[in-house]
Design a protein around this ligand. Structure first.
Ligand SMILES: NC(=O)c1ccc[n+]([C@@H]2O[C@H](COP(=O)([O-])OP(=O)(O)OC[C@H]3O[C@@H](n4cnc5c(N)ncnc54)[C@H](OP(=O)(O)O)[C@@H]3O)[C@@H](O)[C@H]2O)c1
Length: 311
């Protein structure tokens, strides 16, 4: 075969593959959500949202009520949760909510009791592992690994990873009983590696690895439980009080986008289309280059933090 012809075929094959990838990606963001599969009307389905007292978790509680679910609101601050419960009751009077108090930084075997608080009679079909965020690191958000205290590092890992793993273990039998079930694990763009946030970043990679293998286990054991990992970019929330913009959606818009991705068939997905666009950098650049670009931004934030402390 002539050499120029070979190049022509390679070019054609590459274009077809690229086009297929673009179509697949666009389809993920325009296809209708399969969430209704887990909460058929009149079925009294319940969702359990961890970290529901603020930010994206509160957004999930609002969106799930709007989409016909009753919601368990998990958190540590009963007053905050009561206020949210009251505003949900006013906005969605036909929906029910219940409060579950458990400090995710102080886990012991008592976490197993949450299953009985949820109860055998409620039809739990959805678990959203959302609790966490950078709030638990304040005011020392950007810190070199060796400078974290034992307690700081334990808190970050416990709130962002250990709690999610245990609550999933504890609630899984209820999800099996009420199949089909859905588990959503909230990760972050930081999972690709960012300096001065090492324990937090590691938990966000854990969320994806945990979900990937749990998904494989569900399929291997023939359980109808969908497990979806979600990569999240910047979102306006209690721990990220940024101004909402095209690339920084509100917490509720983020939660809505995640629920719209349910059933997309991916083990992990960029929840919001705007974050997916930013994620092209991860596809195009080598991971180290992506990390170096992110480092420039994070370095500024670390310097700001240090200057604030000096004042
Ligand atoms: N916002 C972003 O830009 C962004 C980006 C990527 C990924 N994410 C991920 O999205 C998720 C939510 O983040 P967010 O920004 O919405 O956070 P947030 O606004 O700070 O809200 C965090 C939630 O977790 C709860 N929480 C914190 N520590 C707890 C503890 N020890 N026990 C029980 N509950 C606790 C908070 O309760 P209190 O109200 O009592 O504090 C609150 O309800 C996290 O997994 C985060 O990693 C966020």
């Amino acid at each position: 075969m002539e050499v120029p012809k070979i190049f022509g075929y390679i070019g054609l094959a590459t274009s077809v593959l690229l086009l297929a990838r673009i179509i697949k990606t666009v389809y993920i963001y325009i296809r209708p959500s399969s969430l209704s599969r887990y909460g058929k009307k009149g079925d009294e389905a319940w969702a359990f949202v961890t970290g529901a007292s603020d930010g994206i978790g509160q957004g999930f509680a609002q969106e799930l009520c709007a989409r016909g679910f009753n919601v368990f609101l998990h958190g540590r601050n009963v007053e905050k949760l009561r206020k949210i419960q009251e505003s949900l009751r006013k906005e969605y009077p036909t929906r029910q909510t219940r409060i579950i108090i458990y400090d995710a930084s102080q886990i012991d075997a008592s976490i197993d009791n949450i299953a009985s608080q949820v109860g055998e009679t409620t039809r739990l079909t959805v678990l959203i592992n959302n609790v966490g965020g950078m709030g638990v690191m304040m005011p020392n958000t950007y810190t070199n690994l060796q400078d974290f205290t034992f307690e700081e590092m334990q808190t970050i890992i416990s709130v962002n990873a250990t709690f999610s793993a245990h609550i999933t273990r504890v609630l899984l039998p209820l999800l099996f009983k009420n199949e089909p079930g859905l588990i959503i694990n909230i990760s972050s763009t930081t999972k690709f590696g960012i300096p001065w946030l090492v324990p937090y970043v590691a938990t966000k990679a854990f969320a994806i690895g945990f979900g990937d293998s749990l998904s494989a286990e569900m399929r291997a054991d023939k359980h109808d439980v969908e497990v979806m990992g979600v990569i999240v970019g910047s979102v306006e929330s209690a721990s990220n009080p940024a101004k909402p913009s095209l690339f920084t959606p509100t917490s509720r818009a983020m939660a809505s986008a995640v629920l719209d991705r349910v059933g997309c068939g991916e083990l992990s997905v960029w929840g919001h289309w705007a974050h997916r666009l930013q994620g092209i950098a991860v596809d195009v650049f080598p991971q180290k280059t992506f990390q170096d670009i992110a480092t420039t931004q994070v370095r500024k934030l670390k310097l700001e933090q240090e200057q604030k402390k000096l004042k």
